[in-house]
Design a protein. Structure first.
Length: 275
């Protein structure tokens, strides 16, 4: 297994053939209340931002929860996709989607749950001899799991959504326009050193949207920034189709962006800014 998945445990389910996502275990349909708050409370606040204490502001009023994840026996479960694995063929092939969701993302979920268990055991036994290792595992797998949740929710079949007026207005204010943001974002994604992400995020301190590069999942981030749009540029996200042509993958990513989700996340983030 590559560096990005440091656990060898297989997913609890096997994806079905024919490009569909697997049916969820009934237990996984019981969602954790306040997904963002739960992630932030478990030490993943680097991306949680003010949404961790959202209350009933902005998009939160409509029940939109950008970090809702299913619960499985008191642990984070693997979230379902909102589309079949073969629905994004304009940009990403079905096999890559299947492996990315059911193997790689599952690995981060397992690693996150394992890290939390080990840290709980360390506290219970007052034994912190391996604290540095398990804190690193918590950061790596927790950030990886969260960013994959954002990434998969950020996508939809080509042509099914369009940028809304609210999002266009925000991008015009902070980047000069939507196309200017896309060019900046694409340049950041193409030039991430090694493995990592490009992220459009909301920075509550300055009430501004910014674009960041993240190496691995957790490095080069800013505390409090809320992820609005994320693209995974680890090779596992695109290699089967694109090999080393990351730039082509980044260009095609825009064909399958779920602009409804991006706008909802942007409005949610700004709606939770402390007054």
């Amino acid at each position: 297994m590559n560096e990005e998945n440091r656990t060898t445990q297989r997913p609890a389910h096997t994806p079905s053939s024919g490009g569909t996502t697997p049916p969820a275990d009934p237990a996984r349909r019981a969602f954790l209340g306040g997904g963002a708050a739960a992630l932030a409370a478990w030490g993943l606040g680097a991306f949680g931002g003010p949404a961790a204490s959202a209350g009933a502001h902005g998009a939160a009023d409509s029940g939109f929860d950008p970090f809702a994840v299913p619960e499985a026996d008191g642990e984070y479960g693997l979230f379902e996709l909102d589309y079949p694995y073969d629905a994004l063929e304009d940009a990403i092939d079905a096999k890559t989607m299947e492996l990315h969701h059911s193997i790689h993302t599952e690995g981060y979920r397992v690693g996150l749950n394992n890290a939390l268990k080990e840290l709980e055991a360390a506290r219970s036994g007052d034994d912190f001899g391996k604290i540095q290792y398990w804190q690193n595992q918590l950061a790596f797998h927790g950030a990886g799991f969260m960013l994959h949740l954002v990434f998969f929710k950020n996508m939809a079949p080509a042509g099914t959504t369009r940028p809304g007026s609210s999002l266009r207005s925000l991008m015009r204010r902070h980047f000069g326009g939507l196309e200017e943001m896309k060019r900046h974002f694409s340049a950041a994604a193409r030039t991430v050193e090694g493995s990592g992400w490009a992220i459009l995020g909301y920075q509550p301190v300055g009430d501004r949207f910014i674009i960041m590069q993240a190496e691995k999942h957790q490095n080069h981030t800013q505390w409090g920034v809320f992820p609005v749009l994320a693209i995974d540029v680890w090779e596992h996200a695109y290699y089967l189709r694109y090999q080393n042509r990351r730039a082509d993958y980044v260009d095609n990513f825009w064909k399958v962006v779920n602009w409804d989700n991006v706008e909802a996340r942007a409005l949610f983030a700004r709606g939770t800014r402390p007054s």
